[in-house]
Design a protein around this ligand. Structure first.
Ligand code: FAD
Length: 382
């Protein structure tokens, strides 16, 4: 293991690997990623891996558009030998209340202004895209063809491999056990395989980011919440886009090899880093999804699992430095949409760390927004 690094990144998920790639691409020589499990063993490898540009705030639209455009050329840009399996089958987001319908109108207007070609559909049009959709109780739908899904393991490995080719060191099955701070400045990290001196540490530890914060004496304003998901046996193509409902709190999508992946948010999920999956989720998921897409009643379940959403007070990421510890950076708090933000996270964090002007303005995502009471309201989240 190296003993000195310019930047140490804690976490080998999509965020950590994308940040490493961008730092190396910008010429930083000694970048180390420390991952306590394998690459993508955190939320990244457990997620629904949905990619959408249909958001209700300008900032989220811009971050996801930047990321989505990157994913379109990621295979070449990252020179990945596998297939990242980016499928742009669209996202069909259904509304079931007038409030939601009115919000969709505003969202589509905003998205179109920002160059995202989403549209508002009536139920007949929605059924043309998803013939199996049960429209009882629905009002309308929003659709954007360029949204979709990609393989989270391949996408993250692609960033990791590209970073390694550019000189990054990636240590898997290596745990960061402490962070050395002297006079308010980062001096190094302690790991299960030895210490590394560095002046810059990036906390990209997903659901464990609050524990990393504790290592430098900070009580970060995030918590982790379990979210569950399941996958069915592969079946004939029956569902092209991701189907999503904010009021039913669910999403469902068929992946290229035929399996259908679906998940939902549940009230009262534990916040104690537990990632076991239970019966309640299975029952509620089955009940709600078969109402929306009745043919799924006949599809057999393969397995279910859970992962952690790292939640921030306004359910938006926290990017950037902290006032209390010089050299300590945060890329945390994605609250359920950090996979699709991965490419933007990588670029924007690398620019921030190097003191460059950021491609998109991200000051409003700094941790100080909570002290100032400047929270961001994003209406369109599961
Ligand atoms: P992670 O992938 O969690 O990576 C953090 C890594 O840090 C982990 O691998 C962990 O092992 C490592 N680590 C932690 N502590 C230490 C330590 N002390 N030492 C060394 N390593 C450490 N997002 C979307 O965009 N679209 C979706 O459809 C979507 N669906 C989701 C569905 C579910 C069920 C879940 C749980 C999440 C979903 N998300 C989705 C959210 C998304 O998965 C996360 O926001 C994103 O993967 C965060 O990536 P990350 O790299 O920041 O964190």
């Amino acid at each position: 293991m190296i003993r000195t690094a310019d930047v140490v990144i804690i976490g080998g998920g999509i965020s950590g690997c994308a940040i490493a790639y961008n730092l190396c691409k910008k010429g930083v020589k000694r970048v180390a990623v420390i991952e306590k499990g394998y690459i993508s063993s955190g939320a990244t490898g457990r997620c629904g891996a949905g990619i959408r540009q249909q958001w209700g705030t300008e900032m989220n639209c811009k971050i996801s558009k930047l990321s989505c455009e990157f994913f379109e050329s990621a295979q070449e840009e990252l020179q990945y030998e596998g297939d990242i399996e980016f499928k742009q089958g669209g996202y069909l987001i259904v509304s079931s209340t007038m409030k939601e319908h009115e919000q969709f109108k505003k969202n589509v207007e905003l998205q179109n202004r920002l160059g995202i070609q989403s549209k508002l559909l009536n139920l007949e049009e929605a059924k043309e895209i998803v013939p199996y959709l049960n429209t009882d109780g629905l009002i309308s739908a929003a659709f954007h063809q360029k949204d979709g899904h990609l393989n989270p393991f391949h996408a993250t490995q692609a960033f990791a491999n590209a970073a390694k080719r550019l000189g990054a060191e990636i240590y898997t099955f290596t745990e960061v056990t402490g962070i050395l701070v002297e006079n308010g400045k980062i001096k190094g990290v302690q790991t299960s395989k030895g210490d590394i001196s560095t002046n810059i540490v990036v906390n990209a530890a997903g659901g464990y980011s609050q524990l990393i914060g504790n290592m430098v004496g900070l009580d970060l304003p995030v918590y982790s919440e379990r979210h569950q998901i399941l996958v069915t046996e592969p079946v004939e193509p029956m569902l092209d886009p991701m189907v999503m409902s904010f009021s039913l709190n669910l999403y469902c999508q068929q992946v290229p090899h035929g399996s259908i992946i679906m998940g939902r948010g549940d009230e009262g999920e534990p916040r104690d880093l537990r990632i076991t999956s239970g019966w309640h989720f299975l029952e509620e998921m089955a009940k709600t999804i078969t109402k929306l897409l009745p043919p799924l009643e006949n599809v057999r379940l393969l397995r279910q699992w859970a992962g952690l959403y790292n939640m921030s007070p306004d359910r938006q990421p926290i990017y950037g430095s902290v006032d209390e510890v010089e050299g300590f950076y945060l890329a945390i708090g994605y609250s359920g949409h950090g996979f699709m933000f991965g490419p933007a996270t990588g670029l924007l964090m690398a620019e921030t760390i190097l003191g460059e002007e950021t491609t998109l303005p991200i000051d409003m995502l700094h941790i100080n927004r909570f002290k100032k009471g400047e929270l961001i309201f994003e209406p369109s989240v599961v």
